[in-house]
Design a binder for this molecule. Structure first.
Ligand SMILES: Cc1ncc(COP(=O)(O)O)c(C=O)c1O
Length: 444
């Protein structure tokens, strides 16, 4: 975290000169580049600058003292974009703070992004990204379906300001993607926006194909639209889209990254130049996360790999059990794509892009709403709640809850049927979870 090393912070540490020399960042041991799981314990934070405190204090302040007037002016030149590269010191807490900067440095590490930004929610990250990219008359090209609030933002909110959209289905082939992008390219395309796997269908997007088509369709254009992708469901452990041609990655950090169902936050990863553009919008509208939430996320990131690995292993065991149960019609779990009839294209995308099936899946029970409700009401360990990616297992009924207001025809097209239960597996004991599901299936 560069800012904590400025003279302003050093003065605030109160450390007697010479006794607490700032430590150098450890990113390598010899020629070995340290892994994200190791970097999460200390990267971006120097205890020597905070009284030797092992963990970063929570910086509850709305503003930061400048060492002198010239520094204040220099910082504002960065904040206002008069000088590229953003502020080189801390200014005001709507722009940034120490906890948020450490969080951003650590978030970037997971996907080897150049830079990252933290937001007050996944939706404020998405909204700030769009607001910094679109102008009236532009088109947004996106995969479908998207998280419902993202669809509302694009179609209803941005639509009011003269922004158009064109979409292609999540599993589309390169030819299908090209047809949509070519149609959109008659005007200015502000952004290509993807979500993979899509919420709630779990359909994967071929990011490599989208990037190749974008490069082909816009080969002679003055500007190539950037590709942003919502990686909330599989990232950062099982899917790293920057390596497959995406330019920016969006997160609802509320889910796996936060991981304990006790905070709401968002993140955006990408190049420094792209993050500078979005940071400037965030500075204007104030969609940054607060210091306390940033601190909680630092704690969460220390166990991210452990939690996601365990949840993934649990989901594998639970899905294997559910797959063969006589009361189960089908399990929509990414780990089952390989070899599944009619899923060749999805399996191919999975093989090229993903390193694991995640822990959120769709369970189609035999029957309809009464059977689904009896199953949900009988669960004892799994909690009946929306959201996902927490340490605890959650189960919900999309048709009657998150997607209640979606028109019936669209629900049918997306496979949001009355017998569908969405499950997010946590880090409990897998056999306990299986016992819970077995008893609930018996109760149907
Ligand atoms: C895929 C996806 N993107 C974005 C969001 C929005 O995130 P938040 O609730 O943190 O605003 C969600 C929330 O469920 C989501 O599932």
């Amino acid at each position: 975290m560069p800012d904590i090393e400025n003279e302003n912070e050093a003065d605030m540490s109160g450390a007697p000169a010479g006794t607490l020399a700032p430590e150098r960042e450890v990113e390598k041991i010899g020629s070995r580049k340290l892994k994200p799981a190791t970097m999460m314990m200390g990267h971006g934070y120097d205890p020597a600058l905070s009284e030797g405190s092992l963990k970063p204090p929570i910086f509850l302040t709305s503003t930061f003292v400048f060492p002198d007037a010239a520094s204040g002016k220099r910082h504002f030149e960065g904040v206002t974009g008069k000088r590229p590269g953003g502020a080189d010191g801390l200014v005001y807490s709507r722009f940034n703070g120490p906890n948020q900067e450490i969080l951003e440095d650590r978030l970037a590490i997971w996907e080897e992004a150049e830079d990252a930004l933290a937001f007050s929610s996944g939706m404020s990250a998405i909204a700030t990204l769009f607001l910094s990219m679109v102008r009236p008359g532009d088109t947004v090209v996106h995969s479908g379906p998207l998280y419902a609030a993202t669809e509302t933002l694009i179609a209803k909110v941005l639509g009011r300001f003269g922004v158009h959209w064109l979409d292609f289905p999540a599993g589309a082939t390169a030819d299908e993607i090209e047809a949509v992008m070519t149609k959109a390219s008659s005007g200015r395309v502000a952004l290509i926006y993807l979500e993979s796997p899509a919420n709630p269908t779990n359909a994967l997007v071929d990011v490599e194909a989208v990037a190749a088509v974008r490069d082909k369709v816009f080969a002679n254009a003055a500007e190539k639209p950037p590709i942003a992708i919502d990686n909330t469901f599989l990232g950062p452990l099982w899917h790293q889209p920057l390596k497959h041609g995406a330019d920016m990655v969006v997160y609802s950090l509320t889910k796996y990254a936060g991981g304990h169902s006790d905070l709401v936050a968002g993140g955006l990863l990408g190049s420094k130049a792209q993050m500078d553009v979005v940071r400037s919008m965030r500075n204007t509208i104030g969609t940054i996360t607060d210091p306390n939430t940033a601190w909680m996320l630092l704690r969460s990131l220390e166990t991210l790999e452990l939690r996601m690995t365990r949840a993934g292993q649990n989901a594998e065991k639970v899905c294997a059990y559910l797959h063969d149960h006589p009361k189960v019609e089908r399990v929509g779990y990414l780990g089952f794509l390989e070899g599944a009839a009619g899923q060749e294209r999805q399996a191919d995308i999975y093989r090229r892009h993903c390193t694991g099936g995640g822990s959120t899946f769709s369970l189609y029970l035999k029957g309809g709403e009464p059977e689904a409700f009896r199953f949900l009401d009988a669960l004892r360990i799994a909690k009946l709640a929306v959201s996902l990616g927490g340490t605890e297992t959650l189960a919900s009924h999309p048709a009657g809850m998150t997607h209640l207001s979606v028109p019936d025809a669209r629900k049918q097209a997306l496979g949001i049927t009355d017998n569908l239960v969405r499950i997010s597996i946590g880090v409990e004991d897998a056999d306990d979870l299986i016992a819970d599901f077995e008893a609930a299936l018996d109760a149907i």
